[in-house]
Design a protein around this ligand. Structure first.
Ligand SMILES: [Zn+2]
Length: 264
């Protein structure tokens, strides 16, 4: 059987293990069913911007045409650097988008994906954000009213803790367990004394995730449709936004907007 369609980031449900589906055209491939089976993904050489749907030769920022990266708020530099959100200066590229995505409650969290890290997310993106990063455990620490505030808190914490996931390490095996609760207790006083609008998340729950993985790869090689239009092999696992094959790993998110023929 095969399906042709434009792919986008995998949908994930926080079951144990996480249940993944690959959106392709109007269909969803229930990926967990194909673990241990051969999956064939062939790039048709068609790419469409995920914002304006124009056919493009090359995508930028995981799925956009170049003009969209220059005019959409969701492609602005402050998306990678929330501490530089400039909505309050009246310079947001799309204030309505900012109202809906940035001027809303955010969480500052601790997670363990490839080791301890701090991060921020829209509150509504919990726990999706954590699964997308391949975290094995995560815990909300503070709630703040805006994206900017979350960025300012993260900048301070990032002096002590990593704010990045090492994706190679994340895909090499299970992260060693970390006591997030104890780390959180150490952090709290410092942040609460510096910011008035930071709220503590009371009785934070530690969310644990396990992923549908039969085997982790010995060597983590990144597969790319741009270099290898046909990616085919036994699906060994799914973690974060990655498919794990015998011969490498495929970051599905990077190829959002690519038209793919999936065969299984
Ligand atoms: Zn576009």
């Amino acid at each position: 059987m095969s399906i042709v369609g434009i792919i986008s980031k995998m949908a994930a449900a926080p079951t144990s293990p996480v249940t993944y589906a690959l959106p392709i055209g109007n269909a969803q491939i229930p990926l967990n069913l194909y673990l241990g089976k051969v999956l064939r993904l062939r790039f048709t050489y068609n790419i469409y911007c995920i914002a304006c749907q124009q056919k493009i030769k090359k995508s930028y920022q995981n799925g956009y045409c170049f003009p969209c990266t220059q005019k959409l708020a969701q492609c602005d530099f402050c998306i990678l650097k929330p501490e530089r959100c400039h909505y309050h200066l009246g310079t947001c590229r799309e204030p309505a988008w900012g109202d809906a995505h940035c001027m809303i409650p955010h969480w500052v969290y601790l997670a363990n994906a490839s080791g301890l890290k701090v991060g921020i997310t829209r509150k509504t993106q919990v726990p999706t954000r954590w699964i997308d990063q391949g975290a094995t455990a995560a815990m909300g620490l503070f709630e703040v009213p805006t994206r900017l505030m979350s960025g300012l808190v993260e900048v301070i914490l990032a002096k002590t803790f990593s704010d990045k996931t090492n994706w190679r390490k994340m895909l090499q095996g299970k992260a060693e367990s970390i006591d997030l609760f104890t780390v959180g207790e150490r952090i709290k006083p410092q942040i609460l004394s510096q910011f008035d609008s930071v709220q503590l998340i009371e009785n934070p729950q530690i969310c644990q995730f396990d992923y549908p993985v039969i085997a982790y790869p010995q060597k983590v090689a990144a597969l790319s449709f741009d270099k290898t239009p046909l990616i085919e092999g036994t699906l060994l696992g799914i973690k974060g936004q990655y498919l794990i094959f015998e011969n490498g790993v495929l970051n599905i998110r990077k190829f959002t907007g690519y038209e793919i023929e999936a065969g299984f």
